[in-house]
Design a binder for this molecule. Structure first.
Ligand code: DAK
Length: 258
């Protein structure tokens, strides 16, 4: 892989978009590599995945404008599908994902961050969907995920104006869940990921699925989704271990993911 790296330590994986000369902009190759790297994540070993960009200037400065410039309508739609399929793969990855956003997260970069479960950012972070200023719409799910994350009114204001949002505002509107000095960001992302990775993996994955699938259903269907996933946790070794330890007033053994 030239532009997308994956490393793992303990139960935490770190996926890095590494094309710093172009502020980690997403060209065809980066998106295809991202797809392959997501397929290669070892879900038995990695219990939480951090997604970040190389360098302090940009998380990802968007889809590659140079590459998109000459696309035909058909090619534009195909490029949108390529990105959408990969971002959806990230969004529905069975394990939790945390975006660690340092610097610019514009266009496809903001969309990549919004495809993760949780977003932490640096004090220098800048979010935005500048597409309407470039004569296009957001194409990697931005119109859909931003409206779901921060509400349709706020999302439309940002999408129609292409206004950029700095870290404090991103926190206040719920686009991110934490803001840290640049030098602390990765440490905080790791701490959060490790804390998630320390919980029972089957249960954590079931929670992710319950929230994601439930948000797409009405409440009557959503609680049934929860019931089924709740039921699926019983008879696992981790459930027996943790509940047994509580009843017997002792510490549980480390979770084993089965
Ligand atoms: N694409 C390609 N190259 C980029 C880039 C981008 N998005 N952003 C930055 N670069 C490159 C610059 O061209 C420059 O390269 P060299 O000239 O050094 O070779 C290098 O990164 C450093 O950038 P700057 O020199 O511009 O750095 P500055 O500090 O002056 O400015 C900036 C930083 C982030 C404010 C600026 O680079 C900037 O405005 N970048 C573009 C941000 C942007 O507009 N992003 C949104 C792109 S649109 C769709 C699918 C997807 C999408 C839409 C439709 N379908 C097909 C349906 C998604 C669209 C987008 O993401």
């Amino acid at each position: 892989m030239e532009y997308v790296k994956l490393s793992a330590e303990g139960g935490v994986g770190i996926l890095t978009i590494a094309r710093p000369a172009a502020l980690n902009a997403l060209n065809d190759q980066v998106i295809r590599e991202l797809d392959q790297v997501l397929d290669s994540v070892d879900l038995q070993q990695i219990r939480c995945l951090i997604v970040t960009g190389e360098g302090e200037k940009a998380f990802v400065a968007g889809a590659d404008i140079g590459q998109m410039r000459g696309l035909t309508k058909e090619q534009g739609e195909a490029f949108g599908k390529l990105g959408n399929d990969v971002f959806r793969k990230l969004e529905t990855l069975p394990i939790p994902t945390v975006a660690a956003v340092c610097g610019f997260a514009l266009g496809g970069g903001c969309e990549l961050a919004m495809s993760c479960d949780i977003r932490l950012c640096s004090e220098t972070a800048v979010f935005g969907q500048p597409e309407v200023g470039l004569g296009i719409t957001p194409g990697f799910g931005g119109t859909q995920r931003m409206a779901r994350l921060i509400g349709p009114g706020r999302a439309k204001e940002l999408l129609y104006t292409a206004r950029k949002v700095k870290a404090p505002e991103a926190l206040s509107i719920g686009l991110v869940q934490g803001v840290y000095p640049v030098e602390q960001l990765m440490e905080e992302a790791r701490k959060l990921a490790q804390r998630i990775a320390g919980n029972a993996p089957i249960a954590v994955r079931a929670v992710k699925k319950a929230v994601n699938d439930g948000l797409q259903a009405d409440m009557d269907q959503a609680i049934v989704i929860e019931e089924k996933l709740f039921g699926s946790c019983f008879e696992t070794q981790d459930q027996k271990n943790a509940m047994g330890a509580f009843v017997e007033k002792r510490k549980p053994e480390p979770f084993v993911n089965c």
